[in-house]
Design a binder for this molecule. Sequence first.
Ligand SMILES: [Mg+2]
Length: 395
Amino acid sequence: MKIAKVETAWIAIPCDPPQGMSMGDIRESSDAVVRITTDDGIRGIGEARGAPLPEICKVIADEYAPLLMGEDPRATQFLWDKIRGCRLASMSPPNWAPMRPYQAAQAAVDLALWDIKARAAGQSVCELLGGAPRPLPAYLSKAFYVEGQSLEQMCAEAVEELGRDGYRHLKIRAGRYGKDDAIRRVDAVRRAVGPDMKIGVDFNQAFDCDTALATIKALEPYDLMWAEEPIPRLPKGADAAKGGYDWDERLGEIARQTSVPLSSGENHYTLSDCGSLISKGGIAYMQFDMTKNGGLTELLKVSAACQANGILMAPHHVPHFQIMPAAACPNAFIIECYDNKRQHPAWPYLFDGFPEVKGGFMECPAGPGWGMEINDAFLKKHGVPVKWDFAARRA
Ligand SMILES: [Mg+2]
């Protein structure tokens, strides 16, 4: 079996209205996608994010595709290393920005290769990893900052969406307007959803260390599921190229002084980066995002490192891909899901077979592969093909 074709495209559909976090607004539902086809007609798909989408696609089309053509797609680790050696080996932290398109492109390619490997074995990715497809607990990731929306309206919208799909876990955004605003939001949401709903709070790196600790301490009576990314990777005014404080060490200092569990990982970019978070950060939940960083190949190693250290996996974003490794992972806790109509209008249409949430659990597709196909008609209408063969048919 040999790789015969590599296609890539990106898509960005406006979120109306924009969905705000502490450090900015999400204005588009955006994805870079890849589809890899073998000489015997097996197709695998992958998704990437976390860098400018045209740059991700350019890396895939111009730099990674020539390295992949003719190779056996089932050699996932070999190809991961081959791609890594191409460019990423020469780049290093703390200045992550130039690395991100390469890391994201690698993630998409890796996911597509695993899709092919599973399909060739007649299995889902979950089964290939030794798991059994099963529903997993899901949380509703919502309560963004929306211009013109009152706190009461925000709570009502969240309550409606929670009820629609039977969620028992919710994540809200807080921290954009400081400590008091964060407490007000958590208090309003807790009152609206009642005492039994598990609530996580994502600060999106809003605070300096002292404010973060004071805010999280003040939130201890609210019985939070977790406090997520309270402090920034770089302190205000730091030079990205030179780095700032030890992010993970500072997070660990906060963890030692509060009873609220901490979560992080969506902005940790490699296994070694996650290793630092695991050993120093004091987190209870790891939120690694395999579509930004290294794909499934890297996720499996991060999951194992977390298992060895008593940390549960609460993978970030892209539930339609995260569900399968989570269903095969002994220390998976929960999957991040959304009000797709408002936050990710492209997903359910871009991916045929997009899994549903019922009764607070996300269904794990039975496969084959990831159990999904990219909808060519939707991509053709809304996407930007960098290299995509819309006339191609599955063998
Ligand atoms: Mg987050």
